[in-house]
Design a protein around this ligand. Sequence first.
Ligand SMILES: NC(=O)c1ccc[n+]([C@@H]2O[C@H](COP(=O)([O-])OP(=O)(O)OC[C@H]3O[C@@H](n4cnc5c(N)ncnc54)[C@H](O)[C@@H]3O)[C@@H](O)[C@H]2O)c1
Length: 333
Amino acid sequence: MKIFITGIAGFLGSHLAKKMIDLGHEVSGNDNLIGGEKTNLNKKISFFETDCNDLDGMSKIIKGNEIVYHCAATAHEGLSVFSPNVITKNIFQASVSTITASIQNKVKRFVYCSSMARYGNQETPFKENMTPKPEDPYGVAKVAGENVLKILADLNGIEWNIAVPHNIIGPNQKYDDPFRNVLSIFINRNLQNKPAIIYGDGNQKRCFSYIDDVIYCLEKLALDKKINKEIINIGPDEEEITINKLVEMVANETGFNGKPIYVADRPKEVKFATCNADKSRRLLNYKTKTSLKEAINKTAEFVKKNGVKEFKYYLPVEIINERTPETWVKKLI
Ligand SMILES: NC(=O)c1ccc[n+]([C@@H]2O[C@H](COP(=O)([O-])OP(=O)(O)OC[C@H]3O[C@@H](n4cnc5c(N)ncnc54)[C@H](O)[C@@H]3O)[C@@H](O)[C@H]2O)c1
């Protein structure tokens, strides 16, 4: 099959590309490289450095593909409260143009990467049948994109599925981004002999999953004919962990001895964010195979192999006031 992946130089996009190539599919994709890395690009893909917001450009490069997998995003939930313009442009508007270009080209199926930010501050674990109640511009833009997809895909007879990934970790994840990817930030800092910086008291709870454990689920959303018009959480619900405990595990892995630094809470950060995995176990055969300890080890090995990096403040902070984290305003990470 001919499969087109947006955000193909990013973390999930690059792993999906590899998976689809290994399965024998013909893969092409785009990325504007705002956050993606050229080193993530698989040699066997056709790559286009096109912005998803460029409708005409997207329409040309999507032509001839049967499946579009939309991974491109500035997936910065915390930053979206302070940089709503850049974040929503690359989530909502970029999704609308990618969906439009896909409809123009009569693709068979569109898979949309949403986020657990769609659930907001509801009781955990989040279930797919909960009414979305996003709490920040990132989540609002993700849900708006979901809604546009459902309306336009149903109207034009295109199959669709919505993946709701949460806290997936592993190699190829950007680790010099000061705004996002908590585990990779901790590893990159510890390996530079710098302490982890924790927002709030560190008792926030999350549930991480290793990329190899979820890639099969992501693949099925594109290829399984029986799975259509489904919204499915992608990730585990077994090993919940506080950020404090994560910091401890990363320090054990990297051999860092110092204490973490605590700074003020990030406004709008959801304290407990974990998803129920029953639907992905039932429909996608999801199974956790990699422990968090192993996942941290493999991610740290990737950072070591590629070398630690200075953090790059590559996105603008659009609203600067007393609520904006100092870590970003003063570039402390
Ligand atoms: N990794 C996770 O745990 C996780 C969790 C929740 C949701 N998601 C969603 O999954 C998708 C992939 O996430 P990821 O972790 O791989 O992120 P990522 O940042 O590694 O990859 C996203 C890619 O999109 C590209 N991009 C951004 N805006 C673009 C635009 N306008 N045009 C073209 N390319 C653009 C970036 O350069 C980057 O390479 C995103 O939609 C994200 O919101 C991921």
